[in-house]
Unconditional design. Structure first.
Lengths: 569, 412
């Protein structure tokens, strides 16, 4: 047998186009229980159909004549098709022919089924029209329906791929009996992050929910928003729900989405445990489902118990709270003063007259105007509770987000952010000051020269020596010259040509009180002025003590001399 | 993995802007799921309790069964709990024990695993890391349960019968042919009184019954007060087999100690290894160990020390020995278990010999018997007996030699 005979010939391009797809199963479905096999598609398709319902509702708000009776059941059918089709694929590959084969019957059905529901429409009358004018087949409603089904198909297809990615991938578990070889293979081959699909699925769910909320809100603008159990029957029975009640599908969407998230997280954890060769206890799946269901039920109950409306705005609530606090504090102060008055009255201090009329009645404090804007106390209390909950939730959410901030934000501390408004305020004040100064200068420059006051003569202010600015050498010189000046006031000036040593001898002879400090001050002066070594702070400090002592002695001598003069005169 | 807070905040903003009540409901649901899941996982983890029980001491080749008890003390169930206990690679491979469990409120589960004590050491069992999360993938928390106790695996003990280390101490419990002193506590019979016998040695009851003076016949005895000094400084061994030789030294020391304790002798141990149980670093400049003492308790203490001993990297042996001379009791037998002969060793041993100690050296680092003979002759000229142990089998040969000839090879 030749090689050409063993390999079948490849079909031509046209033949391959016409040939039906084989839908080859690329992967083995990994579900452990029938409950898991049912739970996953139910929640996924349920969530997607709830999303479609929101879009349908928005469309009905804009175009009430849009036939949508069969959209929901067919969307479910498309979802089931997409789920089963995508589950058997090993990766998210797009095979247009397979998509076309699976979607065409549904699209044809959505085009033809309205004829069953609408007694005025006639398929027999429309078919010749479609033959004459093929474009008439593609009505606007049909195109919108096709778009919706395509959305359902793509979303379910991608979600199933993400769910597939949560499971053990082919080749990820090494079938090797030798532990060391298995360890080697696993260390080298295991590089799949099973958290990414769960993260993407979670983002798809929550942000899809936000979009659905916006769509539902747009559809419901101007209508009363209430929740009624009757709408569940309408939704389940594929009826056209009343517009003001359809918002329940949003809640159902989140319920389905949360259940799906819980299941997906379980699948991810199970994958990780399998990869770690951990034996999974048989009771884990059932307890997991119970925990997910219980949490969702409790959350829904809480979500519907908490207040969703308020009679007072936040500003009014704050004003009310401040008013109440003010009244309470006034009452407290009044009560304390009244009690104080009662105690004082026991000791007989009645203000002069002996016959006291007794303690006056408790003062009535006029009620302050409470900014309730016509709301009853119960409404005010409910509003207060509502705002407390909202603010608490927001504070908690922001604190959590701050704690879990990204690494590039981790170096950012909270203090600069909180201080930013104050810094901004200071910057504005500084800007205003600079601007005001500039304006003032401009005005001063604009005033005519005649109006200006004559220039005042510059008075030379006496320059004081700041001892802090002087260095050690300057300080020692200052101490010595200061002593010389004070001695000169007493009548013993240092004449030109007299050396410091001679002047020291003169002072010691004429003014014995300068002994012994004058010797130290003079020696330090000579060292500082003529010595080769730099003067140290220690030297300056020691000379300072001598200078201060000398200064006191010379001042005392001068005062005594002045006193004697006054006595003589 | 899943973050519900940003969309919840956005929904609150939308609800406040559009004043649509059902958006508040949805936002509340998301927030409630987040808060409840977070609180649940946190509470469950705080309510967890792990207890670990096992025998803290084991011999080589023993199998220690460790029991891990997981208790959920709280009122909330734990949908899943994964725990991972880190274990020493010397005791188990792969070096961990891990499991997965789901716990109802107040439920307790018990797990067991086995450790094979293949190598002496002081092993920390754990810490145990418990991982627990919520069922939505919002948070995953870990808690580390530190280990409070350790497992001590004693070194291998080889049988050494009648090692026969002599001693110059006058009193003891071993019979000796050196009749220098009699032990008054070891009466072996009576004999007739001879001139010169002490009156205190007369057995008056026996004299009365026999009609002639009888004196107690006492057995000469000695104390074999032995101190084993073990060198585990790796730098003093040949690099190729430093670790094995040092470990063998520990085995030799344990075997000698066990043998002497079985003879009810006083035994001590000093080493330059580091005791990891001493965390404050006290005595780092001195040798670690115990001075001579009798009893099984002393043996257990020494075996525990030898079990947990860390080999030293840079603690020279002989300078530390010279520091310890003042503490050593006079007349004791000093058994040095060390690497090989060296000038510093001789400079340390010779004064000890002259001071009245009985010195025995066990060399561990002589793969070639010819080179050992040179060291042995050198020691013999100083009156020091030297032995060579290269592998555990050599210790057995030594033991067989003792059984055959009554004294070790080195003593003959």
């Amino acid at each position: 047998m030749t090689e050409s005979a063993s390999i079948p010939p490849r079909p031509g391009r046209f033949a391959s186009f016409v040939l039906p797809p084989d839908f080859y199963p690329e992967r083995k479905v990994d579900v452990s229980t029938w409950a898991e096999a049912i739970f996953e598609p139910t929640t996924l398709i349920g969530a997607v159909v709830c999303f479609v319902l929101g879009i349908v509702q928005l469309g009905e708000a804009f175009s009430p004549g849009w036939p949508t009776r069969f959209v929901t059941p067919l969307a479910i059918a498309v979802g089931i098709e997409a789920f089963l089709y995508s589950r058997r694929l090993s990766r998210a590959s797009v095979h247009l022919k397979e998509w076309l084969v699976l979607l065409a019957p549904v699209l044809l059905a959505i085009r033809l089924l309205p004829y069953l529901d609408d007694p005025t429409a006639s398929l027999g009358a429309d078919i010749p029209l479609w033959i004459r004018q093929p474009e008439s087949f593609f009505s606007l409603a049909f195109l919108v329906d096709c778009t919706l089904f395509l959305i359902v198909w793509v979303v379910v297809f991608m979600c199933v791929q993400l769910l597939n990615g949560l499971r053990v991938q082919p080749g990820e578990v090494v079938e090797e009996t030798s532990h060391s070889r298995r360890q080697l293979y696993e260390d080298n081959y295991r590089a799949i992050d099973h958290s990414v699909p769960l993260r993407q699925l979670g983002q798809l769910f929550v942000w899809g929910g936000v979009i659905l909320v916006i769509i539902a809100a747009m559809a419901a603008i101007g209508s009363e928003q209430t929740i009624d159990l009757g709408v569940i029957g309408q939704i389940v029975g594929f009826q056209r729900p009343a517009r003001q009640l359809v918002q329940l599908n949003v809640v159902l969407y989140f319920v389905f989405g949360l259940l799906l998230l819980g299941e997906a997280h379980f699948v991810r954890q199970r994958t990780l445990w399998r990869l770690d060769h951990l034996s999974i206890p048989a009771e884990v799946p059932s307890r997991w489902v119970a925990a997910v269901g219980g949490l969702v039920v409790v959350a829904v109950v809480i979500g519907f118990l908490l207040p969703t409306s308020y009679a007072l705005t936040l500003g009014q609530v704050v004003t009310l709270a401040l008013t109440v606090l003010t009244q309470l504090s006034l009452l407290l102060v009044g009560g304390i003063l009244y009690l104080f008055f009662l105690i004082i009255s026991l000791f007989g201090f009645h203000g002069g007259s002996g016959n006291s009329p007794g303690p006056p009645a408790f003062p009535k404090i006029p009620p302050a105007a409470v900014a309730t804007a016509g709301a009853s106390p119960l409404d005010a209390l409910k509003s207060l509770l509502f705002w407390l909950i909202i603010l608490g939730i927001l504070a908690y959410s922001f604190s959590v987000l701050w704690r879990k901030r990204a690494p590039w934000l981790s170096r950012l501390s909270l203090a600069p952010i909180l201080g930013a408004p104050f810094r901004l305020l200071l910057a504005i004040i500084g800007l205003l000051r600079r601007a005001g100064r500039g304006v003032g200068r401009a005005i001063a420059a604009a005033i005519p020269r005649l109006f200006r006051p004559p220039p005042t003569p510059v008075v030379q202010t006496p320059r004081f020596i700041s001892l802090r600015r002087l260095g050690p050498r300057g300080l020692v010189e200052y101490f010595y010259l200061s002593i010389c000046e004070r001695a000169a006031r007493l009548g013993y000036p240092r004449l030109p040509g007299v050396t410091p040593a001679e002047y020291q001898q003169l002072l010691e002879a004429k003014l014995p009180l300068v002994d012994p400090e004058i010797a130290a001050v003079t020696a330090a002066f000579l060292e500082a002025r003529y010595g080769p070594r730099p003067t140290t702070d220690q030297t300056a400090r020691s000379v300072r003590h001598g200078w201060e002592s000398l200064k006191k002695k010379l001042r005392g001598a001068r005062i005594q001399r002045l006193g004697r003069k006054d006595t003589n005169s | 993995v899943v973050n519900l807070l940003p969309p919840a905040i956005l929904l609150f903003v939308l609800a406040s802007l559009l004043k649509i009540s059902f958006i508040y409901n949805v936002a509340y649901i998301l927030i409630a799921i987040y808060v409840l899941a977070t609180l649940w996982s946190r509470r469950s983890l705080e309510d967890l309790q792990f207890r670990r029980s096992y025998l803290p001491r084991a011999l080589i080749d023993d199998i220690v069964v460790v029991t891990v008890e997981v208790v959920n003390r709280g009122w909330l169930p734990a949908p899943w709990l994964q725990f991972h206990e880190r274990l020493p690679i010397s005791l188990i491979s792969p070096p961990f024990f891990r499991g997965l469990v789901t716990l109802r409120p107040k439920e307790r589960r018990i797990f067991t695993y086995e450790l094979t004590c293949r190598q002496r050491g002081w092993y920390e069992i754990g810490p145990l890391t418990a991982t627990l999360g919520d069922v939505f993938g919002i948070t995953t928390r870990e808690r580390v349960f530190t280990s409070g106790t350790r497992l001590t695996v004693y070194p291998k003990i080889l049988p050494l019968d009648e090692l026969g280390f002599p001693s110059k101490s006058p009193f003891g419990h071993l019979r000796t042919r050196h009749q220098l002193y009699d032990d008054p506590s070891r009466v072996v019979g009576v004999r007739d009184y001879q001139s010169g016998d002490s009156l205190r040695s007369i057995n008056w009851k026996a004299s009365a019954s026999s009609g002639s003076l009888q004196v107690r016949k006492l057995e000469p005895a000695m104390t074999l007060e032995t101190i084993i000094l073990v060198n585990v400084n790796l730098l003093e061994f040949e690099r190729q087999h430093a670790h094995n030789a040092a470990e063998l030294g520990i085995v030799v020391a344990a075997s000698i100690a066990n043998h002497l304790v079985s003879l009810r002798q006083e035994i001590g141990l000093l080493t330059n290894g580091l005791d990891p149980a001493v965390t404050d670093g006290a005595g780092a400049e001195r040798m670690t160990g115990y001075l001579p003492k009798k009893g099984r308790g002393q043996l257990v203490s020494m075996l525990e020390l030898l079990g947990r001993l860390n080999l030293a990297q840079d603690r020279p042996f002989w300078p530390l020995v010279r520091q310890e001379i003042q503490r050593l009791p006079w007349g004791a037998t000093l058994v040095f278990v060390t690497a090989s002969d060296s000038d510093e060793a001789i400079e340390t041993l010779l004064p000890l010999r002259r001071s009245g100690f009985n010195v025995v050296v066990v060399y561990l680092d002589y793969p070639n018997p010819a080179s050992f003979e040179i060291a042995q002759q050198r020691a013999a000229t100083l009156g020091i007996r030297a032995y060579r142990v290269w592998r555990e089998h050599d210790v057995d040969v030594w033991r067989r030699d003792v059984a055959a000839f009554g004294v070790p090879v080195g003593i003959r």
